[in-house]
Design a protein around this ligand. Structure first.
Ligand code: FES
Length: 263
């Protein structure tokens, strides 16, 4: 959730009218959370370094131009932050509209239905309908097998089912980079990367067969746990449904010592 709270000089700031004191180096997003204020987010996660790519967590800071990402902005003494101004609400809704414009709207039949952060955030920003659609006669999305005239969609990205434990569905990816960072920061494997640019950017396992099985992936599951959508999902969840309970545990066989949630 942005830069972690560190041992540092206490900094007092105001967020949505509430005074909060946090250690120097803490992100505005984390300071807001400490004050009991939830800032919408997609690319930030409690156990990963801040990345600042999704722009959903933008806020207004008095005396500063623009709307910085709260997850990458450190607190400063006397800072006055607004997380719910009309301007930031409008920006967040616009960001979500762009995400949804290239996302399959199959929530009701999606295996992540009810356990999807993209779905949650669409609700948080008040998104009720789809404003942007594929251009007439064309195909902008990567999840449809055919374009609007019935021709095979050259942009279609098929699922990667090669890993025995999880699937990778690039059509549902929002390129938040959480899986790539989890692979690096949690597991230290560096098996994943983002390739391509802009609209064509996608997560790649970079194996000889361009799939997870032939890559350096060790099937630790850190990427699956980090994924906010149904892009990376355990096969057992797809087959059996979302778990109803969870246990925090530490692998006995691994030297890394990170805890993970077994469900
Ligand atoms: Fe801050 Fe994504 S959560 S930019």
């Amino acid at each position: 959730m942005g830069t972690p709270a560190k041992e540092g000089a206490p900094i007092t700031l105001e967020i949505d009218g509430f005074e909060v004191t946090v250690p120097e180096g803490t992100s505005v997003m984390r300071a807001a959370a400490i004050a009991g204020i939830k800032v919408p987010k997609l690319c930030a996660s409690d156990n990963l370094e801040a990345f600042g790519s999704c722009r959903l967590c933008v806020v207004e800071i008095e005396g500063r131009r623009g709307t910085p990402a709260s997850c990458t902005t450190p607190v400063a003494p006397g800072m006055v932050v607004r997380t719910q101004s009309e301007q930031v609400k409008k920006i967040r809704k616009g960001v979500m509209e762009l995400y949804i414009s290239d996302h399959p709207l199959d929530c009701l039949t999606c295996s992540a239905n009810g356990d999807c952060e993209l779905q949650d955030m669409a609700g948080v920003v008040g998104l009720r309908d789809q404003r942007f659609e594929a251009p007439e006669g064309g195909m902008r999305t990567h999840f449809a097998t055919r374009d609007t005239s019935g021709q095979a969609n050259p942009e279609y990205r098929p699922k990667d089912d090669s890993n025995p434990y999880f699937t990778y569905d690039p059509a549902k990816c929002i390129v938040c980079n959480r899986c790539v960072r989890a692979c690096e920061e949690v597991q230290g494997t560096f098996a994943l990367t983002i390739e391509g640019r802009g609209f064509d950017s996608r997560v790649s396992a970079g194996g000889a067969g361009d799939d997870f099985l032939s890559s350096d992936c060790v099937s630790c599951g850190a990427c699956v746990q980090a994924c906010p959508t149904a892009t990376l999902q355990e096969k057992s969840v797809i087959e059996l449904g979302t778990p109803t309970r969870s246990v925090i545990t530490t692998c006995a066989y691994c030297g890394v010592g990170c805890s993970f949630k077994a469900e």
